[in-house]
Design a protein around this ligand. Structure first.
Ligand code: BEZ
Length: 210
């Protein structure tokens, strides 16, 4: 069944390049990004995994654990890791799930048979400290994702989680943010100080976390 925002992230135990792990135990109360790539020894996936390895410090800084998945077996992951390091200039520094029996892929609905009935699509799940799904993305196999955008949405999700604020179009950290309609003018003033109301429902404040 499809996984929707607000659902509990399904737990699982699976072999990875860092040993067998139980997802909930590994994740603890951190944020997590679980992302699939179609299979090993493929060009777009090679570039994506190198990019995520290079961004690991940025995910760490935000308290986000990253974990990848493909339906290829663990032996392939190990061989392919060397190619990633040699071609992308960054070694894998996060676990990569081996899911040849598609246990986790099926649990997260990562195989879309009308696109490909054996390999996963490029799914992304951002999961909160409460183990609930906060964001999903689905890309086709031939389109590499933008992991800088993923960091941007994590910043937005964390701002919403900690401050109850929303972020406007193309927002990046440091830009002004939006007071949600559920917050009255008096409460907004008390919590965030002065705000600019362009309309009664469109109120901007400085990002209190910037
Ligand atoms: C890739 O990762 O390069 C890829 C995988 C499956 C289909 C097309 C591209």
């Amino acid at each position: 069944m499809a996984i929707r925002l607000g659902d509990d992230a399904p737990n699982f135990t699976a072999p990875t390049t860092e040993g067998e792990l139980n997802f909930y135990d590994w994740k603890g109360d951190s944020w997590a990004v679980l992302f699939s790539h179609p299979k090993d020894f493929t060009p777009v996936c090679t570039t994506e995994l190198g990019a995520v390895a290079k961004l690991k410090d940025e995910f760490d800084r935000r308290g986000v654990k990253v974990i990848g998945l493909s339906v290829s077996p663990l032996g392939d992951h190990e061989g392919w890791s060397k190619d990633i390091e040699e071609t992308q200039g960054a070694a894998l520094n996060f676990p990569l799930i081996a899911d040849p029996d598609r246990k986790v892929s099926d649990l997260y609905d990562m195989i879309h048979p009308n696109a490909d009935d054996t390999a996963t699509v490029r799914s992304v799940f951002v999961i909160g400290p409460d183990n609930k799904i906060k964001l999903t993305l689905t890309y086709p196999a031939a389109t590499g994702r933008n992991f800088d955008e993923l960091l941007r949405v994590v910043d937005s999700l964390q701002l919403t989680a900690t401050q109850g604020l929303a972020t406007p179009v193309n927002w990046t950290k440091g830009d002004r943010v939006i007071v949600t309609p559920a917050v009255s003018d008096d409460e907004a003033r008390e919590r965030f100080g002065d705000f600019e109301a362009q309309r009664p429902y469109l109120r901007y404040v400085d990002d209190p976390t910037a």
